[in-house]
Design a protein around this ligand. Structure first.
Ligand code: ADP
Ligand code: UDP
Length: 241
């Protein structure tokens, strides 16, 4: 598959065209940003680890019936993906209070939620990704009722699969963000699933193993991502998927 010109450069990835109209190469950068790009650093190897983690997770989800944009990992930092029309709605699923949920509703971080909560945010850095409700999504025409229903159902299925996946490696899945796209008339899971887009806490010690280490200047960011990957690969050797 030939990599062609750059289509888009984002904060953490670059998308390249290929010689197929239906496929793109996603290149994972070491750039790490938070607070809508206001805080930025280059963390050596982060792109390689995130490409590796996202690959294993997309393969695991595909095996369990979730349709994703993932085709194959081409190189340490590159993933071949199906080109899709991204729906500008970030779908966040939460199992435990943290981050903006804790700040917005005054619930201490670490409080378990009695059932998974799905929230929607408008993907727009200039507006700081404002939280929206389904009516905004329909009013602005970002997705139809049917599409948002599908996205929500898939997000909850992904939550169940990933809660189990991470539980098996002694990690608590606190929350995560998903992006979806339209591809051949279908809604598929796109973008990435990595410690940049999830909150992951060690089950016994509560140690933070995700991007909050960067947001909160806790240090050892890439080391923690590597620890997540090490556990994922240990699990893979035992479970085989
Ligand atoms: P951002 O745009 O938020 O800075 P990234 O640096 O991760 O984020 O850039 C990747 C961009 O590619 C995101 O805007 C994402 O919505 C988009 N994207 C992810 N997967 C696909 C896909 N399969 N087809 C088209 N666009 C995609
Ligand atoms: N998240 C993300 N990209 C965003 C916003 C959030 O990947 O633009 C992820 C974040 O890493 C966390 C979850 O979504 O796992 C919920 O984030 P929250 O709303 O708590 O935002 P934050 O604490 O970053 O303000």
């Amino acid at each position: 598959m030939e990599k062609r010109e750059k289509l888009y450069e984002g904060k953490a990835k670059v998308l390249y065209k290929t010689d197929s109209d239906n496929l793109l190469v996603a290149y994972f950068k070491d750039d790490t940003t938070a607070f809508d790009g206001a805080k930025k650093e280059v963390l050596e190897d982060k792109g390689v680890i995130n490409c590796a983690i996202s690959t294993v997770i997309f393969e695991y989800l595909e095996k369990h019936g979730i349709k994703t944009h993932f085709v194959e990992r081409l190189s340490p930092r590159e993933m071949l993906v199906k080109k899709c029309e991204i729906i500008p709605v970030e779908v966040v699923v939460r199992n435990v209070a943290a981050g903006s949920f804790s700040r917005r509703y005054g619930v201490p971080e670490g409080t378990p939620l009695k059932e998974p909560l799905v929230e929607y945010f408008y993907k727009n850095d200039e507006l700081h990704d404002p939280m929206v409700c389904p009516n905004h999504v329909y009013l602005f025409g970002w997705a139809t009722r049917e599409e948002l229903g599908q996205m929500t159902k898939i997000a909850l299925e992904v939550n169940e699969l990933l809660k189990k996946f991470f539980d098996e490696i002694d990690i608590q899945l606190v929350d995560f963000k998903l992006e979806f796209g339209r591809c051949n008339g279908e809604i598929i899971l796109a973008d990435e699933i990595t410690p940049d887009s999830c909150r992951l806490w060690d089950k016994s010690s509560g140690e933070v193993l995700d991007k909050d280490r960067f947001r909160k200047d806790m240090g050892k960011v890439v080391e923690s991502y590597k620890e997540v990957y090490r556990r994922i690969m240990d699990r893979y050797e035992k479970v085989g998927e």
